[in-house]
Every structure is written in C-alpha cells, then in structure tokens.
Design a protein around this ligand. Structure first.
Ligand code: ATP
Length: 231
C-alpha cells in the first residue's frame, strides 16, 4: 500500500496537501486542471522533490527521505529519456544495470520486456531509427525490466496520436496487472484515463483527493470535475 500521510507540498506560492492510501496493485488516474500539482505529486512520490511536511510510506515503511534510485518506484515521463547514442536494447538494459554488465538472467528479462512490448527484432536500432510509438515502447520496456512495485507515469504517451496512445495505455495497464504493480498515471485524456485506471485521484484547489472509483466520481463529482471533463 502507498500511503501519503498528512503530506504538505510547497513550491513557491503553490501549496498542495494529500492524505490517502492506495491499495497495492491498483491503477490510478491522476486528473485535474493544468497547474493543479499532478506532476508535483508524482515527483514527491518518486523522491525528486521533498514535501514540506508529512510522510510517504510504502508497505508501511517511511520512504520520505529515501533517494529516488533507492525507492521501489519506476517512472516514465513524456520525453521518454532515451539515450540517443545507445541501442534500444541498451536503453532497456540500463533499467537493470546502469553499467550494462548483464547476467544471463538479466538478458532474459530484457528479452521478455522486448516481447511484452512488441519490440522483437528492433533491439539494435538507436532511438532515432525508431518511430515515436516504438520509442515509447522502449521507455515502457525499461520501466518493466526494473520490476518495481510502484510505477509512476506522467503523461507518458501524450506525444502520440490517439490510436497509439490508447494502445500504449492498454499495454501499460496489462503489464501492470501481470506484475501486480501499483500504478499512477497523470493524463489529460479522459478516455485514456478510463481505459487505464480503476480509481481516480482528483487534484484541484490545493488538494490531491483520496482515490475514488469512476462510478463514485460520476455519482458525486468533485468541484470543477464536470467543467474539466466537459460534460
Ligand atoms: N520550480 C517551481 N517553482 C515554483 N513553482 C513551481 C515550480 N514548478 C512548478 N511550479 C508550480 O507548481 C504548480 C503545480 O505544477 P505541476 O506541474 O505539478 O502541475 P500539473 O497539474 O502537473 O500541470 P499540467 O497539467 O499543466 O502539467 C503550478 O502552479 C506551477 O506553476
């Protein structure tokens, strides 16, 4: 379980509070207006930004002061962060061993990630020799090989067209379901968010609200939700 305990985030004039838990294995859409603090919330969970007060707990352990690389979290952001001078296979392998000295088992994990993301046969290409969708697959495969139980996705596929975005969102969800990962995805696309998530965290007016199901949100929408989704 991921728990945000009495969390207060301050960034300049911006304030955000959060107080909730997410069950292990849940897939959560983080929705809210631009500038509401969705990315900031993921940064705090990932350890890239420290909260002013409160705690982040994973399975009951306080990880508030743990460095990003030591957290149980993998992250995927919009720009994919692929290294241009490395092949697709090397970019994925970096997720396991930054020095690229792979054991037989590591190599098998890379191969599995290739197959799970539909990249078979493309391992020797550099990112510039891949389409945008294929680059997204490499970035997702790198997240997968890390086998972290917590996956943070910040508008990871927003540079892709609608069909490809849907495909990648579904793929991320399927793989998460297989590995039992707890996943949070920031998205501005309601259809993508609904295809991906079973719960919604609504972020607005300085608060990241406790997760609710789509049915709960539809039945009793938070302030600003209807305007945001446009219906
Ligand atoms: N380095 C910073 N210093 C001060 N304020 C910042 C900094 N970075 C972001 N902010 C402010 O923090 C707030 C939250 O930003 P954040 O990027 O988390 O919002 P968001 O909900 O992810 O927005 P979007 O949907 O547009 O990506 C915004 O008001 C932003 O202006």
């Amino acid at each position: 379980m991921l728990t945000l305990d009495d969390l207060l985030i301050i960034q300049g004039d911006f304030r955000l509070s959060a107080e909730f838990s997410l069950p292990t294995g849940s897939a959560v859409a983080v929705l809210g207006p631009s500038g509401a603090g969705k990315s900031t919330l993921l940064s705090v969970i990932g350890g890239f930004f420290a909260p002013r007060s409160g705690r982040v707990l994973w399975q009951g352990n306080d990880i508030t002061d743990v460095a990003p690389a030591k957290r149980p979290a993998a992250h995927l952001f919009q720009d994919n962060n692929l290294f241009p001078h490395m092949t697709a296979a090397q970019n994925i392998a970096l997720g396991i061993k930054p020095n690229l000295r792979l054991s037989v088992e590591d190599k098998r994990a890379v191969q599995d990630a290739f197959e799970a993301t539909g990249l078979s046969g493309l391992g020797d290409r550099s990112p510039s020799q891949l389409s945008g969708g294929q680059q997204s697959r490499v970035a997702l495969a790198r997240v997968l090989v890390q086998r972290h139980p917590l996956v943070l996705l910040d508008e990871p596929f927003s540079a892709l067209g609608p069909a490809m975005r849907k495909e990648m969102t579904t793929l991320a969800r399927e793989v998460g379901a297989k590995t039992g990962a707890t996943m949070l995805m920031v998205s501005h696309d309601l259809a993508d968010a609904q295809a991906f998530a079973d719960h919604v965290v609504w972020v607005a007016d300085g608060v990241a609200h406790a997760p609710r199901t789509w049915a709960q949100v539809e039945a009793d929408p938070p302030t600003g939700y209807r305007d945001y989704v446009g219906h």
